[in-house]
Design a protein around this ligand. Structure first.
Ligand code: SF4
Ligand code: SF4
Length: 303
């Protein structure tokens, strides 16, 4: 069983309990305007270009079988629509200015790599987390990784937008110890800010609640964009009404995605000019949750 991933991060401390290895699956149906990982959007391997590292040697121009690299007025561009993701340009580049993001990998190979840190995971109460992108758009691949990790005795977690068919959620339910479910915006703002309606995420939460799953609600918050009191009160109410929600993680906006978006050719689809969240924002969010009746200690700002 093979799928497409774009990164594996070892010794992660923010994606579930203990020390974990997070596997990032490539491809996402959402288009969140604050996305931190826009290189995950395309389901296929793609070139990422860092112009500041480019020597203008044009080895990539010669290497690309489709002749997609161009230099117009001193600007290095890639005609991405016709890109086959072959990686020839990245292989030819002497500086790493162009790199191929994403690769095919087998579930067996991924779990073998994850198990290098098995002892660390065992001692810390950690495990494996699937993230993305949206891992549920490769459901059989995700299931294969999770099943193998389970067989090896690892704790399993999945970070998801919840934008998935019920059958997919139900398929993975028995393989997941902890769901990190994104809760991104008020229902009326969800389509505008993420490109999709919130109803499928609500349906996923209902499935998880009915199954008695363990859920951490992950709430990306962007000052002035999706951090109004009404949304925060909605989060508090959700936690009050769902015993399956064991924790609320507030995920402050930072600008890491802005530069990456330009590098994979989607810079025009990402928020620009918004400062990252600060301590005052964090305090305001926690106060709004408390004012809305959120149990003390349930919500925390995630690093
Ligand atoms: S990945 Fe392949 S097709 Fe795409 S720009 Fe590079 S060499 Fe050309
Ligand atoms: S091969 Fe690399 S350094 Fe040379 S022009 Fe292409 S991106 Fe720039």
């Amino acid at each position: 069983m093979e799928g497409t991933i774009f990164a594996i991060h070892r010794v992660s401390t923010h994606d579930g309990p203990g020390l974990r290895t997070t596997v990032f699956l490539k491809g996402c149906p959402l288009r969140c305007v604050w996305c931190h990982n826009p290189e995950s959007w395309s389901p296929d391997p793609e070139p990422r270009l860092r112009p500041r590292d480019c020597l203008d040697c044009r080895a990539c121009v010669a290497a690309c079988p489709q002749r997609l690299h161009r230099f117009d007025d001193g600007q290095h561009r890639i005609d991405r629509d016709a890109c086959a993701g072959c990686g020839a340009c990245a292989t030819a580049c002497p500086t790493g200015a162009v790199e191929l993001v994403g690769r095919r990998a087998s579930a067996d190979a991924i779990v073998a790599e994850v198990l290098h840190d098995r002892e660390l995971m065992r001692r810390s109460g950690g495990g494996i987390t699937l993230s993305g992108g949206e891992p549920l758009i490769q459901p059989e691949f995700a299931a294969a990784i999770l099943a193998r990790a389970r067989d090896a005795g690892l704790h399993t977690a999945v970070e998801t937008s919840g934008f998935a068919a019920p059958a997919v959620v139900e398929r993975l339910l028995p393989l997941v110890d902890l769901w990190l479910l994104d809760w991104k915006a008020a229902a009326d703002d969800h389509q505008r800010l993420t490109g999709v309606p919130r109803a499928p995420t609500e349906r996923t939460l209902a499935i998880l609640a009915a199954a008695g799953a363990s859920v951490h609600l992950r709430c990306p918050l962007v000052p002035g964009i999706n951090d109004g009191d009404a949304h925060l009160a909605g989060i508090a109410a959700l936690a009050r009404d769902h015993a399956c929600i064991k924790r609320i993680e507030l995920m402050p906006y930072h600008r890491a995605g802005v530069g990456k978006a330009d590098e994979v050719g989607v810079g025009d689809r990402i928020l620009a000019g918004i400062p990252g969240a600060n301590e005052a924002d964090h305090a305001r969010w926690l106060a709004a949750l408390a004012a809305a009746g959120c149990r003390e200690g349930l919500a925390a700002v995630s690093g």
